[in-house]
Design a protein around this ligand. Structure first.
Ligand SMILES: *[C@@H]1O[C@H](CO)[C@@H](O)[C@H](O)[C@H]1NC(C)=O
Ligand SMILES: *[C@@H]1O[C@H](CO)[C@@H](O)[C@H](O)[C@H]1NC(C)=O
Ligand SMILES: *[C@@H]1O[C@H](CO)[C@@H](O)[C@H](O)[C@H]1NC(C)=O
Ligand SMILES: *[C@@H]1O[C@H](CO)[C@@H](O)[C@H](O)[C@H]1NC(C)=O
Ligand SMILES: *[C@@H]1O[C@H](CO)[C@@H](O)[C@H](O)[C@H]1NC(C)=O
Length: 653
């Protein structure tokens, strides 16, 4: 088959709308009693795995779902990200009727559910509005932070109104896919692990009522399996389930949930196959490779659950990627931000390949289902290697600035209507000031300090003791503070202390910038959301400087895949892992698509480049924003097998 045709077919499959078989509405399609789920009247054990469509290019959805079915799963659990679906208030971006972007990242959750059904899978919807999921602000759109009086995850009227609008729009897209109408959708989750966060039962019963008004399938809650999380998260008339360790969790559910209206079959809604990776020179990549005892534990747990006909979902079955700036973070009195890769030992890896864990789990599941009903998994395809090539300096980030916002005091990113990326604060000294620079109340999150275009230091809240940077300004000196949002906090537990990190999503600078004890007044503020790389080299008269201490530089090159149009190559063969070995920190765009952040500290040392982004014929453009340039040309290569590793942070040796 010709490359072009195959690619078009993949895309079409991903966005095709398939009519679901018409059948009489039936609220009895999926039910449960005290011990058992029933699908169309027959006992049904949910053998599930999590995969979020918005983290995987849509042209690959069918392949990943077929592999889920071939592992023996019968149900896919999916979070849905509100911030991608409603990027500004009232703007609904479900991608229907639009062509997907170059990467194929799509918000068309309905299309994903239809493909799941075609591949023999049912689905469980986890719409939030808060989803955690190691995503930016737990899936909340950044614009919520601009609404004064808004309090997320609470019965606050402003939040309930915004959440209801979102859920009603989502239900309009998905209601026809409920099992009661012949679709694959079995259940809908109310909030997400709410009990670890709070005890506002008016909020969760309010969400229950909104979901009931818009869906007819059963609802469930999912909380950590201990007394206080179950007590905070339970909702009358909603099935209470647990996540984490199924042994202690199931026992806790049966012990602490006593309201008959919340009881039913046991399900571990998130059984963790390891935990996600954070950026950090000391943080090693989580993987099951070389850890047979870890895999043995998974098998023991799966036997425990399935042997008793209880239900489970593996979190993650297929993790995918936090493309662009979409990762979240955890506040631990410092910012622990999640890596671009969301693959930390999933049975189906970031590029959709099966591994040892996949086959071990498959063998375990096959003990509990008729083996002939589970298809054979497809062979793994080899990946592409791209020989190293050099990117030349193209333009300086500070040569691409638009019109600034002028303000006496600094203003946060959210206040300026910016969600992600970087923001630059510029001040021209009028008097002599000298001393330690304080960038507002604290670094939010990584602040690079320049005086007259030369880097003076980095104040980074990734570190529990961010560096102290001293400056000495004379009248006329130019001070620039480039602030990177490393990902808003997506999780906070009631056990973490009195500072509610989820309620403080502000990025950029909050409060005064002081030097010594003097607050600096008079700022030019430039929003740098970097939704796309610059379209041209801008208006500079000379190439940007690239010696250590220079401001950020965009490097650029094009490369040709040298495939001819008649080539039969399967586009899945074009997946590769792009490495920037001389880079310190930055982002990579390929053909305009933001692959995500790289950072020398690791553990991630290469970025997943899906074949969907590459053009087999003609020039492919690579643009890299290196925040801390130190080389004249930046080398890049595509590896078929990725390597993980950690290096010291040059700014925090
Ligand atoms: C138990 O559930 C019922 C609904 O069936 C509800 O009316 C009642 O308030 C719940 N009890 C408690 C203690 O929450
Ligand atoms: C995952 O990695 C983090 C950071 O290195 C570590 O703290 C955590 O214990 C690891 N978890 C597992 C399950 O390996
Ligand atoms: C699980 O379900 C199967 C099929 O319905 C049944 O044969 C088996 O006895 C059940 N096992 C337990 C532990 O209930
Ligand atoms: C953060 O610091 C506070 C006050 O010292 C402490 O109570 C809390 O446990 C710390 N939180 C974390 C996650 O370390
Ligand atoms: C580009 O630079 C020239 C010369 O400095 C200037 O006249 C022109 O206005 C600039 N154009 C833009 C778009 O900034």
């Amino acid at each position: 088959m010709r490359w072009g045709k195959y690619f078009a077919a993949l895309l079409a499959a991903a966005i095709a709308s398939v009519k679901v078989a018409a059948s009489a509405p039936s609220s009895a399609a999926f039910t449960y009693d005290r011990t058992t789920f029933y699908l169309h009247g027959s006992p049904y054990v949910i053998i599930g795995g999590q995969m979020d469509p918005q983290r995987v290019p849509a042209p690959y959805w069918r392949d990943r779902l077929a592999k889920a079915r071939a592992m023996g799963l019968n149900t896919i659990f999916s979070y849905v990200y509100w911030n991608l679906l409603e990027p500004s208030p009232g703007e609904w971006n479900n991608d229907k009727g639009k062509s997907a972007d170059i990467s194929g990242i799509s918000n068309d959750v309905a299309a994903f559910f239809r493909i799941a059904q075609e591949e023999g899978l049912n689905v469980i919807l986890r719409p939030g509005p808060y989803i955690c999921g190691e995503r930016e602000w737990g899936g909340f759109p950044a614009w919520l932070a601009k609404v004064s009086g808004m309090r997320v995850r609470s019965s606050n009227a402003l939040f309930m109104e915004a959440a209801e609008k979102y859920l009603v729009r989502l239900a309009a897209d998905l209601a026809d896919l409920q099992v009661t109408r012949g679709g694959p959708l079995l259940m809908v989750q109310v909030e997400n692990e709410y009990g670890s966060y709070g005890e506002d039962h008016a909020y969760t019963t309010g969400l229950r009522d909104i979901l009931r008004a818009n869906f007819e399938v059963p609802l469930y809650t999912n909380d950590g399996g201990v007394d206080w999380t179950l007590a905070g998260g339970e909702v009358p008339e909603v099935l209470a389930e647990i996540d984490g360790d199924p042994w202690s969790g199931f026992a806790a559910r049966d012990k602490y949930i006593t309201n008959e209206s919340e009881l039913g079959p046991l399900m571990d809604g998130e059984y963790y196959t390891l935990a996600p990776d954070f950026w950090g020179a000391d943080n090693v990549h989580n993987t099951t490779v070389g850890r047979p005892s870890q895999i043995a534990q998974f098998v023991t747990d799966l036997d425990h659950v399935l042997g008793a006909n209880n239900s489970i979902s593996l979190y993650m079955f297929h993790g995918g990627t936090n493309f662009g700036f979409s990762n979240g973070a955890i506040w631990k009195n410092f910012t622990a931000s999640f890596t671009t890769s969301y693959d930390y030992g999933s049975p189906l890896d970031e590029s959709g390949r099966t591994n040892e864990l996949y086959f071990t789990l498959r063998d375990t599941i096959l003990k509990y289902v008729p083996p002939e009903t589970v298809p054979e998994p497809p062979e793994n395809l080899p990946r592409l290697e791209i020989p190293a090539f050099e990117l030349a300096p193209w333009t300086g980030l500070f040569d691409t600035l638009g019109k600034p916002m002028v303000s006496k005091t600094p203003v946060t990113m959210e206040e300026l209507g910016q969600a992600y990326g970087l923001i630059l604060y510029e001040h021209t000294a009028r008097t002599t000031v000298k001393g330690v620079l304080q960038p507002g109340d604290r670094a939010r999150d990584r602040v690079i300090v320049y005086v007259n275009g030369v880097k003076k230091g980095v104040i980074d809240s990734t570190y529990s003791r961010p560096a102290q940077v001293s400056v000495s300004l004379l009248p006329g000196d130019n001070l620039q503070l480039l602030v990177e949002n490393l990902g808003r906090v997506d999780y906070w537990s009631r056990e973490s202390g009195t500072f509610v990190a989820l309620e403080d999503p502000y990025k950029g600078i909050l409060g005064d910038v002081t030097v010594g004890s003097r607050a600096l007044e008079g700022w030019k503020i430039y929003c740098l959301p970097l939704e796309a790389p610059p379209s041209s080299a801008g208006n500079q008269t000379r190439l940007p400087r690239t010696e250590a201490g220079s401001p950020p530089v965009f490097y650029r090159a094009t490369f040709d895949m040298d495939m001819d149009a008649e080539d039969d190559t399967d586009p899945a063969l074009l997946d590769t892992f792009l490495a920037v070995p001389d880079g310190v920190k930055g982002n990579v765009w390929v053909n305009g698509f933001n692959l995500g952040r790289y950072w020398i500290i690791g553990p991630q040392q290469s970025l997943y480049l899906p074949g969907t982004v590459l053009k087999p014929v003609g020039a492919n453009e690579v643009v890299i924003l290196e925040l801390e340039p130190r080389v004249d040309t930046l080398s890049v290569f595509g590896a078929a097998e990725r390597e993980w590793g950690n290096y010291p942070d040059p700014d925090y040796p």
